[in-house]
Design a protein around this ligand. Structure first.
Ligand SMILES: *[C@@H]1O[C@H](CO)[C@@H](O)[C@H](O)[C@H]1NC(C)=O
Ligand SMILES: *[C@@H]1O[C@H](CO)[C@@H](O)[C@H](O)[C@H]1NC(C)=O
Ligand SMILES: *[C@@H]1O[C@H](CO)[C@@H](O)[C@H](O)[C@H]1NC(C)=O
Ligand SMILES: *[C@@H]1O[C@H](CO)[C@@H](O)[C@H](O)[C@H]1NC(C)=O
Length: 576
């Protein structure tokens, strides 16, 4: 196993995650199998209970692990499936060591940060790095370990020490360190001092950088590179210049153009890894597809406007996976993406709105859009506005995609306006609602008393029902019998109403194994009116967009038929 550790200095939030996942993606183009581990030096054990407002989105894994968006980045770039153990936190390590101590595993010895905690960190990394992360079921060749925070923080100290020891445990040819630093431009001059100081800190802790990745708004000048190389005791080849590019999807190509992978290959003796020619071809194919994607991106004359009707529209990070899935899909449909952010409460009745211009502007956005998306969320604020947006999409034949809450509000809308269930609503927003008006109900198996950790979480199968071959969503999924997607919910559509909906044309085409829990609905005789109880955005990949999103974007851009005919595949190399 080869390890590439990515650490950061100077300040956080300079794109360490993008650099790390791009490096992983590039190593994959050599034909290697890659995996990744994110170290977060927080005391938290579970991200599920953290506020999305404070913490950005909660990302759900196959195994139901609730993590933050960085693991999503790895999954999307590297096309892998990670587990909750791929996220190491200080809290998890401490709790592991303490429970071992309680069980008497340390034979009553004094338990210390060094060596017990630092050993536990190293053992964890070695164990998790070997977990297969793709459908080959094989052990990966390379593991990217991203160390969160900045080196020198109190928080990251035990991890830095563990990694210092780790380089000797696994051997020099199996360990390399990429340190991400910042080169600010002040009065037009590229300043190298912060980088010099960061590298000095790193070395004083016993870690030597193999590569220094410098984040800078502009391309680094040759004298800057030479200066960094000289003062940081590395060769100029070891200084990588990560300047701003058109999109983050261009970062792998930027690194490639600077021969970063050639250097890592040499340093880690990757050519000794005996790859089959099939693996190598697979890697080349991947690179060709990625190039084809970035080359066409932005050169399209078409653009598609999507209204995102949500609740945290002032905090766009909480919809990151949704936005990524929209981006992946529009790249595949060769169209530019324009997102119109609509705060759902702004769509609610004029009389209740203090701000009339906002109301009109919000409705203008909705009516300008080629497609309307209502993503997941919790709580009742804004739901009436979402219901109105769903109604508008249904009646005006505008493509609609609802996710989780977006499925529930559209179902409530249909119940009220088509089935005539006046005041139909969700038991989540109105627990006192009489049974006949509960369109959305609490799932029986979920324990109501205990809020934390009592959701239907992670990967679950959905089965397409009999006589649903007509459904566009089924075609978009390649006419499969069943699909597996990630869930995160506590409420569901009232199963006793399903038949009444279907009689009026809203078909629950995908259900769980019991046949009564609704997973996907689609409205007949509408260009694309689809919603899912699960969250398809979590499994969207850069080169393999989530299918419900892909269908939605294609329908919004008017290219659904050519998409279904396979006209939008990325072109890889043909020489196999
Ligand atoms: C890892 O888990 C911790 C605690 O649950 C969370 O705060 C952090 O955001 C997670 N990190 C990733 C990359 O998912
Ligand atoms: C991503 O990985 C899956 C399973 O490991 C594979 O079936 C799929 O073809 C890969 N996608 C791309 C775009 O390489
Ligand atoms: C309409 O969309 C634009 C573009 O996203 C956004 O700046 C504006 O705030 C939106 N207006 C309303 C009222 O939602
Ligand atoms: C990308 O692939 C498409 C086929 O899907 C092809 O028409 C196009 O020319 C390719 N673009 C580039 C820039 O290679």
């Amino acid at each position: 196993m080869k390890y590439v550790v990515v650490s950061g200095g100077v300040i956080s939030g300079i794109g360490k995650g993008v650099l790390a996942s791009s490096t992983g993606m590039l190593l994959k183009t050599l034909g290697l199998k890659t995996t990744s581990i994110k170290i977060d030096p927080y005391m938290n054990i579970d991200a599920g209970t953290m506020s999305p407002l404070e913490h950005g989105e909660c990302f759900v894994l196959d195994d139901g692990g609730e993590t933050d968006l960085d693991l999503g980045n790895y999954e999307r770039y590297m096309n892998v499936t990670l587990t909750k153990d791929h996220n190491i936190t200080t809290g998890k390590i401490y709790s592991h060591v303490i429970s071992k101590e309680r069980k008497g595993d340390y034979l009553g010895k004094t338990v210390q940060i060094v060596p017990h905690l630092t050993n536990a960190i190293q053992d964890w990394i070695e164990r998790v790095a070997r977990v297969p992360v793709d459908d080959t079921g094989e052990v990966p060749d390379v593991c990217i370990v991203e160390l969160g925070g900045t080196v020198g923080d109190i928080e990251s100290a035990p991890f830095v020490e563990a990694l210092r020891q780790f380089q000797f445990r696994v051997g020099k040819e199996n360990f390399c360190l990429v340190h991400v630093s910042l080169v600010p431009v002040i009065h037009g001059e590229q300043k190298t001092k912060p980088t010099q100081a960061a590298i000095k800190d790193l070395r004083s802790l016993g870690l030597n950088p193999d590569m220094i990745a410098c984040r800078c708004a502009k391309e680094l000048d040759q004298p800057t590179i030479e200066k960094i190389a000289m003062f940081c005791h590395v060769g100029p080849r070891q200084v990588v210049n990560v300047h701003d590019v058109e999109t983050t999807y261009h970062v792998p190509l930027l690194l490639l153009s600077q021969k970063m992978i050639a250097y890592l290959s040499e340093r880690l003796e990757l050519e000794k890894l005996q790859l089959t020619s099939k693996d190598q071809h697979r890697g080349q194919h991947l690179l060709a597809k990625w190039k084809n994607m970035t080359d066409t991106f932005g050169h399209s004359d078409h653009s598609v406007k999507i209204a995102l009707v949500g609740k945290y529209t002032n905090l766009r990070d909480s919809y990151l996976s949704v936005i990524k899935a929209l981006e992946h899909s529009s790249m595949k449909c060769r169209t530019k993406l324009e997102i119109l952010w609509v705060e759902a409460t702004d769509l609610e009745f004029e009389s209740q709105n203090t701000d009339k211009t906002k109301f009109h502007e919000a409705w203008k956005n909705v009516s300008d859009a080629d497609g309307i998306l209502v993503p997941g969320g919790f709580g009742s604020r804004g739901t009436e506005g979402m219901i109105l947006a769903a109604k508008w999409a249904r009646e005006s034949n505008v493509p609609y995609l609802g996710i989780c809450l977006g499925l529930q509000v559209a179902t409530i809308e249909f119940a009220r306006n088509v089935l005539g269930i006046k005041d139909g609503n969700s038991a989540e927003f109105h627990p006192e609602l009489p049974e006949g008006k509960q369109v959305v109900v609490y799932m029986p198996e979920i324990d109501k008393e205990n809020m934390g950790g009592t959701m239907r979480l992670g990967l679950r199968p959905t089965y397409f029902q009999k006589d649903t071959e007509w459904a566009t969503i089924r075609k978009v999924y390649g006419n499969s019998q069943s699909v597996e997607e990630r869930h995160r919910h506590r409420y569901e559509i009232n199963p006793t109403l399903l038949q009444r909906f279907e009689e009026k044309g809203l078909h629950f085409v995908g259900r769980d194994e019991s046949g009564s829990r609704c997973e996907i609905f689609e409205l007949k005789d509408h260009p694309y009116y689809v919603a899912t109880q699960y969250h398809p955005e979590y499994t969207s990949k850069v080169l393999g967009p989530s299918r419900p999103f892909l269908g939605f974007i294609a329908a919004s851009a008017g290219v659904l038929d050519p998409l279904l005919e396979g006209k939008y595949e990325y072109q890889g190399t043909a020489d196999f």
